[in-house]
Write a protein that binds this ligand. Structure first.
Ligand SMILES: Nc1ncnc2c1ncn2[C@@H]1O[C@H](COP(=O)(O)OP(=O)(O)O)[C@@H](O)[C@H]1O
Ligand SMILES: [Mg+2]
Length: 258
């Protein structure tokens, strides 16, 4: 459902700047009914990767397909297949929860009746009925986050992408959000989820890719990675891999200077 094949992204238009690329030769796939975690520290390339999937950025090299559609050549079909949730999705101050979601449903070309039926179902599922008439300017952070989820789900896409969705939420709202993601998996959605929080990965993800300086350091289930790197604590696996990668970068730098 998601296929990322030798993806490179450089923000530098000089195409040869691949050594300093934000994403370097990244490949992975995600299936329906699966939650795949992209785990990495700040600057690892998570947002860049997710934005390419959502057609908000162009890849420099490599192929990315969402629901079989190429992000480069079939961006409209990709956008119909995907819902994107980040932690800073704009919710308009003067539009109510209901109006905001309705607006995005219309943008996707949904017919009025079908849209309203879908919205009633979504507002019930996400427990948004109590604030459907509240304008963005008066919403709590948790409410805003639910609106941005509803807005990403309104066209019922098979693929959902969450970019550090719990950032800035209080513990209860964060927990509620993880439960929503878990239910979406049960509905068979294909879910890609980025975070720098290890516990979220351990709790939620079927498989995880560890990303650092744009490179994939390891990929697998949490337990397979613990086994492979012989550390019972997943956090130790993470820091071990980051440390090793930093050391080998330092060695390379020293070598090229010397
Ligand atoms: N718009 C941009 N222009 C130039 N460089 C960028 C831009 N966005 C991100 N970067 C760089 O790309 C790298 C990866 O960033 P990002 O994808 O945001 O990582 P993450 O989401 O994992 O924190 C970083 O080195 C960052 O500075
Ligand atoms: Mg980011």
């Amino acid at each position: 459902m998601i296929e990322v094949d030798h993806l490179w992204k450089s923000y530098d238009d000089a195409d040869d700047a691949l050594e300093s690329a934000a994403v370097c030769d990244l490949s992975f796939t995600v299936e329906p009914g699966e939650i795949f975690g992209l785990l990495g520290p700040n600057g690892a390339g998570k947002t860049t990767t997710l934005r390419i999937l959502a057609t908000m950025l162009q890849p420099t090299r490599g192929t990315v397909r969402v629901g079989g559609h190429d992000v480069r050549y079939q961006p409209a079909a990709v956008r119909r297949s995907i819902g994107f949730v980040s932690n800073n999705t704009a919710v308009y101050d003067r539009m109510t929860a209901w109006e905001t979601v309705e607006y995005f449903g219309r943008l996707y070309g949904m017919k009025r009746q079908q849209l309203h039926r879908r919205m009633e179902q979504l507002f019930a599922e996400l427990q948004m009925e109590s604030f459907q008439g509240v304008p963005g300017g008066k919403m709590s952070t948790g409410m805003r986050q639910k609106v941005s989820i509803a807005r990403a789900l309104v066209h019922d896409p098979p693929v959902l992408v969450f970019d550090e969705p719990t950032l800035g939420l209080d513990v209860l709202a964060a927990r509620a959000l993880l439960e929503i993601i878990d239910r979406l998996r049960a509905q068979g959605k294909c879910i890609l989820f980025s975070t720098h929080i290890m516990r979220e990965v351990e709790k939620l993800c079927d498989r995880v890719a560890i990303l650092h300086h744009g490179r994939l350091l390891a990929e697998g289930t949490v337990s397979s990675l613990s086994y492979r790197f012989d550390r019972s604590d997943f956090e130790d696996v993470f820091f071990y891999l980051i440390d090793q990668a930093d050391q080998s970068r330092a060695d390379t730098a020293e070598y090229s200077v010397g």
